[in-house]
Design a protein around this ligand. Structure first.
Ligand SMILES: *Cc1c(COP(=O)(O)O)cnc(C)c1O
Length: 369
């Protein structure tokens, strides 16, 4: 058996020789953080690439979530999804907000709009959905509910870099969307993230909040935090932006091979692709129905691992099943049957720009048995 490990992801690293001139320029400028040249350049470049008007870059993808809630003065209860990475719910906790979990739609893995209204109470102030795996949420339905009840909408769009519906960025939905540029994501700045808002005043307030609340040399307008991106990572991000399209193309090819090879395997479900959506192929989840497939998800997961194919059980356990959150009234499988089943059935297959045809063939053959 070969020892080559096939990992679930692999960071998009720009060619080192292309990065050196950026470093030389930063050293020459002697300005390494605090809204420097590359920080500003990256924000402009991201606005253009993503097709949005206002973006603020951060040191990671968790702080923009925490900051978004601060900026919109969200309090009380927030309706959110249990089927995500734990940072989504943590951002509520860090603001003293009570998470209220609502079940997801099996067709997308996203918050089911039909179940949101029943979870609204007089304390509800916002909805925090996630475009999980980059699958767009039902943004119109969510906005209609938010408008009816006077709620804010903050999208955790950590997986949705560059995703569009009918050619429009989904980052335009809601009041604020956030991105993660972590090493494991489709586009990375090593660690990093961003917040997208839709007007100048909010952008200004976000920029205060990510810099201790400073609104000038001697004025502090809020108990802000420090989450500014430094120049080295901003420059790296600027360079990586030139390489991300070809990386997404490589991912698309892998996704096509998986889809073609696995669509007729009994007991394996995958998400349908919508013709109106431009995907970023950030993840390739499959769902194992053990009765039909003849093996449980965990049996397949460990079999793959024995063959050096490291899939990941994203998102298992559900956020609402972690000790921190399982005591909440909205946690538990009775309230969250769809999410519970998805968490029990999911494996994310290796998905990145460095997978070879041989790697993909090996993975497919393992799953087909
Ligand atoms: C990665 C991720 C985050 C957190 O981003 P970091 O950059 O790692 O802080 C938040 N939400 C979701 C859904 C994620 O996948």
């Amino acid at each position: 058996m070969d020892n080559h490990q096939i990992t679930v992801t692999s960071p998009l690293l720009p060619p080192l020789e292309e990065f050196i001139p950026y470093l030389q320029d930063i050293w020459k400028r002697k300005w390494i953080t605090n809204n420097g040249h590359y920080h500003q350049a990256l924000e402009r470049a991201l606005c253009e690439y993503l097709g949005v008007e206002y973006i603020s870059v951060f040191t990671n993808g968790t702080l923009p979530l925490i900051t978004a809630l601060q900026a919109l003065r969200v309090t009380g209860e927030v309706i959110t999804t249990p089927y995500s990475f734990v940072a989504t719910t943590h951002s509520l906790w860090w603001n003293g907000i009570k998470p209220v979990f609502v079940d997801v739609d099996p067709a997308t893995g996203n918050l089911d709009p039909n179940k949101i209204e029943a979870a609204i109470t007089p304390k509800t102030t916002a909805i925090m959905p996630v475009h999980v795996y980059g699958n767009p949420c039902d943004m119109d339905a969510i906005q209609a509910i938010a408008d009816k009840y006077g709620l804010k909408v903050i999208y955790d769009a950590a997986h949705a870099f560059g995703v569009k519906v009918n050619g429009e960025s989904i980052l335009k939905a809601g009041d604020i969307s956030t991105l993660s540029f972590h090493a494991t994501k489709t586009y990375n700045t090593i660690e990093g993230g961003a917040l997208i808002c839709h007007d100048e005043k909010t952008k200004q307030r976000i920029d205060y909040l990510k810099n201790f609340g400073f609104a000038g040399e001697t004025e502090v307008v809020a108990p802000g935090i420090n989450s500014k991106m430094d120049e080295v990572r901003a420059a790296y991000g600027l360079l990586n932006l030139r390489h991300v399209d070809s990386a997404i193309e490589e991912r698309h090819k892998v996704a096509n091979r998986y889809r073609e090879a696995l669509s007729n395997v009994n007991g394996i479900r995958m998400f349908d692709e919508r013709p109106d959506v431009t995907y970023n192929y950030s993840y390739f989840p499959i769902f194992i129905d053990s009765n039909k497939y003849g093996m449980t998800r965990d049996e397949l997961y460990f079999k793959m691992r024995d063959h050096n194919v490291l899939g990941r059980r994203y998102f298992y356990p559900l956020i609402s099943d972690f000790s921190t959150y399982r005591g909440l009234p909205s946690a538990g499988s009775a309230n969250l049957p769809v999410a519970t089943r998805m968490a029990e059935e999911v494996i994310c297959l290796p998905m990145h720009h460095n997978l070879t045809d041989t790697d993909v063939t090996k993975i497919i053959n393992l799953i087909k048995k």
